[in-house]
Design a protein around this ligand. Structure first.
Ligand code: PMP
Length: 398
C-alpha cells in the first residue's frame, strides 16, 4: 500500500490545458488567444533591448552568486517603491513602506496573504467577480474564506459599479479587498478615477484592507496613469498592500520578478511589518533569486536604460491599442452587425469579448482560434498576420 494510492488527480489548469490542446492542433492557421502573454507584431515573445543592455552591463562586471538578503536586493526594493509610489512620496521619504522582492506578482500576493493571515486571521477576502483565476485559490490556500464582489456586467459591457461599491460598503471591518490596480484581468474593464475615489472612501470608512494587485503597470494608459489608484490610496492616508509584477512590463515572465509593498502608518510599524514579511519568506523559500531583480534594478536606476524601457513599454501598449481598434474596425468591415466598439475601450492585454461558451468552442474546434470559454481573448496575441483570420472566424460563429 503506497502512501500515494489515495492521492487524487488534481484538475488540470484550464489555461495550460488549452495550451496543450493548441500545441496538438494540426490546423496551420491556428491562433492562440488563450495565453496571458504579450507577443510582438511577429507573434514572438519579445526580449526587450533594455534587458539585453542591462544583462550586458552585468556580464561586464560579473558578480559571485551569494545569498541575497531575505527581503531581496536593496536597490531593487527601492526602485520598486519609486515606481509604485513615487520616490518623493511622503510614505517613501518617511520610511513607511515595507517592500520585499518576491517571486513574481504571484509571490508578492502569497507573501501578503500569509502575512495577513498572521495579523488578521479571521478576515474574509473579497475578490472581483470574475478575477484572475489564481486569486481565489491563493487566498484560500493561505487559510482565508474567499468571497467576491460584483464586477463584470455582461449586459452593460462594463463594470456593475453600483453593485461593486454596495458590496464594499456592506463588508465587515477588516475584510481584505483585492483590487486590480489597472488593466483588469480577465475582463479588460477598469473603473473610472471618480469610481476609484468612491472605492477608497469605502475602504477607509468601512476600515477594509485594500490589496492592490498591480500586474500590468504601463499596459493601460501609461506608467503614471496606471498608478493613479495607488496615489488615491496614498492621499487617503490609509494602510494598504500592493503586489507588483514585472513579468509583462519587462517581458521577464520566466525570471519571476515581483514585489510586495505594505504601506504603514509609521516608520516603526513598517520596520515591524518588514520583520514579519521576512519570517514569511524565510520559512517558505529562505531568500529570493538574484538575476531577474538585478536586471530590473539596473534598468530602473540607469537613466538611459530606464528611458529605453519606457519607450519599449510604450511600444507594447500602443501595439495592443492598435490591435483593439483594428479588431473592432475589421469586424465591422466584415459585415458583423453586433457593436464590438467596447473592445477598443478596454485596457490591458485581455478582452471579455462577449462571445458565448458555445461560440468559443466553435472558434476552437472549427477554426483553431483558441480563447478561454468565458469569452476572454488575449488581444496582445493578435497581429497583422493573424487578425484577418481571427475576424473571419468570429464573423462565422456569430
Ligand atoms: N495578478 C494578475 C491580475 C495577473 O494577471 C497575473 C499574471 N497573469 C499575476 C498577478 C501574476 O503575475 P506573475 O506572473 O508575475 O506571478
Amino acid at each position: 500500500m503506497s502512501l500515494f494510492t489515495s492521492v487524487e488527480m488534481a484538475p488540470r489548469d484550464p489555461i495550460l490545458g488549452l495550451n496543450e490542446q493548441f500545441g496538438a492542433d494540426t490546423n496551420p492557421a491556428k491562433v492562440n488567444l488563450g495565453v496571458g502573454v504579450y507577443f510582438d507584431e511577429n507573434g514572438k515573445l519579445p526580449l526587450l533591448q533594455c534587458v539585453i543592455a542591462a544583462e550586458r552591463q552585468m556580464m561586464e562586471a560579473p558578480k559571485a552568486r551569494g545569498y541575497l538578503p531575505i527581503e531581496g536586493i536593496a536597490a531593487y526594493d527601492k526602485a520598486v517603491q519609486g515606481l509604485v509610489f513615487g520616490a518623493d512620496s511622503v510614505v517613501v521619504q518617511g520610511g513607511r513602506v515595507a517592500t520585499v522582492q518576491a517571486i513574481g506578482g504571484t509571490g508578492g500576493l502569497k507573501i501578503g496573504a500569509d502575512f495577513l493571515k498572521r495579523v488578521n486571521p479571521g478576515a474574509t477576502v473579497l475578490i472581483s467577480d470574475p478575477s484572475w483565476e489564481n486569486h481565489r485559490a491563493l487566498f484560500t490556500n493561505a487559510g482565508f474564506q474567499v468571497g467576491s464582489y460584483p464586477y463584470y456586467d455582461a449586459a452593460a459591457k462594463g463594470v456593475n459599479f453600483d453593485a461593486m461599491i454596495g458590496a464594499l460598503r456592506s463588508a465587515a471591518a477588516g475584510t481584505v479587498v483585492v483590487l486590480h490596480a489597472c488593466c483588469h484581468n480577465p475582463t479588460g474593464y477598469d473603473i473610472t478615477p471618480a469610481q476609484w475615489d468612491q472605492v477608497v472612501e469605502a475602504v477607509k470608512s468601512r476600515e477594509l484592507v485594500a490589496f492592490l494587485d498591480m500586474a500590468y503597470q504601463g499596459f493601460g494608459d501609461g506608467i503614471t496613469e496606471d498608478g493613479a489608484a495607488v496615489q488615491k490610496f496614498l492621499a487617503a492616508g490609509i494602510e494598504f498592500f500592493v503586489s507588483t509584477s514585472f513579468s509583462k512590463s519587462f517581458s521577464l515572465y520566466g525570471e519571476r520578478v515581483g514585489a510586495l509593498s505594505v504601506v504603514c502608518g509609521s516608520k516603526e510599524d513598517a520596520a515591524r511589518v518588514l520583520s514579519q514579511l521576512k519570517i514569511v519568506i524565510r520559512t517558505n523559500y529562505s531568500n529570493p533569486p538574484t538575476h531577474g531583480a538585478q536586471v530590473v534594478a539596473t534598468v530602473l536606476t540607469t537613466p538611459e536604460l530606464r528611458q529605453m524601457w519606457e519607450t519599449e513599454l510604450a511600444g507594447m501598449r500602443t501595439r495592443i491599442r492598435q490591435m483593439r481598434t483594428a479588431l473592432v474596425e475589421r469586424l465591422k468591415a466584415a459585415g458583423v452587425s453586433r457593436d464590438f466598439s467596447f473592445i477598443a475601450q478596454q485596457k490591458g492585454m485581455f478582452s471579455y469579448s462577449g462571445l458565448t461558451k458555445d461560440q468559443m468552442v466553435r472558434l476552437r474546434d472549427e477554426f483553431g482560434v483558441y480563447g478561454v470559454d468565458s469569452g476572454r481573448i488575449c488581444v496582445a496575441a493578435l497581429n497583422d498576420k493573424n487578425l484577418g483570420y481571427v475576424v473571419d472566424s468570429i464573423a462565422k460563429v456569430l
